[in-house]
Design a protein around this ligand. Structure first.
Ligand code: NAP
Length: 250
């Protein structure tokens, strides 16, 4: 028995089109899961990659700013697979503006996608998981679940909430066979950090502080995602697993 084998399982990954979500999707599919890729657009390199490798790319278009999206996504997964074993709440947005100029729109949008949708997707999937006494929920948190960040107040608030949602749901659902955990990635090379990496001084300062001496690549999350999605993590509950090249240890 390979405890990391995901054959026969079905998963939902939000924001699967690019970056960390793409790497997580491909890792789960490689481990044997059928994955519903949830994105605002239907086509992406992730979809093409799966098809090129002989796998079925199940897709569902949704905008997580839509309050009805979480239930529609879970309904679509149940229609496609009959069940939801794994939910990866990965989609997220960031807005960089000093606090004095921060708009209500940016505050609300970031909180909606990054934390409201995380809770209501977990609730909708949790209703199916509780019935079957099995489920793995993986939320994508951040180092800003722990730290305040600079000029990203709604992002820090929303990611702090992700860590707390993870622990709150773990407390309620661990005894029902559902593992709720989070991955807190460090500084990773994706669209999310494009603006930050374009700032030469901040880029250098951040790189110098990372003990591993480099920024993370999306693939650095692959094994971690499979671990938290698989039987290997059956006794791991409410954990926020930092994957940051040692940043938080410094
Ligand atoms: P990314 O490349 O910008 O990807 C974000 C994904 O979320 C995209 O697929 C995007 O879809 C999707 N998304 C955004 N808004 C959405 C909406 N309203 N409805 C549905 N999907 C939406 O960034 P990433 O770095 O891979 O981010 C993935 C997660 O990791 C996020 O939660 C982010 O906060 C977190 N994170 C990233 C880092 C890092 O250093 N990169 C560090 C810590 C945590 P579109 O293609 O349609 O925009």
């Amino acid at each position: 028995m390979n405890p990391f084998d995901l054959s026969g399982t079905s998963a939902i990954v939000t924001g699967a089109s690019t970056g960390l979500g793409a790497a997580i999707t491909l890792a789960l599919a490689d481990a044997g899961a059928e994955v519903l890729l949830v994105d605002r657009r239907e086509q992406s390199e992730t979809v093409e990659h799966l098809r090129e490798h002989g796998k079925t790319a199940h897709t569902f278009q949704a905008d997580l700013l839509d309050p009805g999206a979480p239930q529609m996504i879970v309904d679509a997964a149940i229609k496609e697979f009959g069940k939801v074993d794994i939910l990866v709440n990965n989609a997220g947005i960031i807005r960089r503006t000093p606090a004095l100029e921060f708009s209500e729109k940016d505050w609300d949008e970031v909180m909606t996608v990054n934390s409201r949708a995380v809770f209501f997707l977990s609730q909708a999937a949790g209703r199916d998981m509780v019935k079957r006494k099995y489920g793995k929920i993986i939320n994508v948190a951040s180092l800003l679940s722990f730290q305040g960040g600079i000029t990203v107040p709604s992002y820090s608030a929303s990611k702090g909430a992700v860590a707390q949602i993870t622990k709150a749901l773990a407390n309620e659902w661990a005894s029902l066979g559902i593992n709720v955990n989070a991955i807190a990635p460090g500084y990773m090379v994706t669209n999310n950090t494009e603006q930050l990496r374009a700032n030469e001084t901040r880029y250098r300062q951040i790189t110098e502080r990372i003990p591993a001496g480099r920024w993370g690549e999306p693939e650095d999350l692959a094994g971690v995602a499979v671990f938290l999605a698989s039987k290997a993590s059956d006794y791991v509950n409410g954990h926020v697993l930092v994957v940051d090249g040692g940043w938080m240890a410094r």
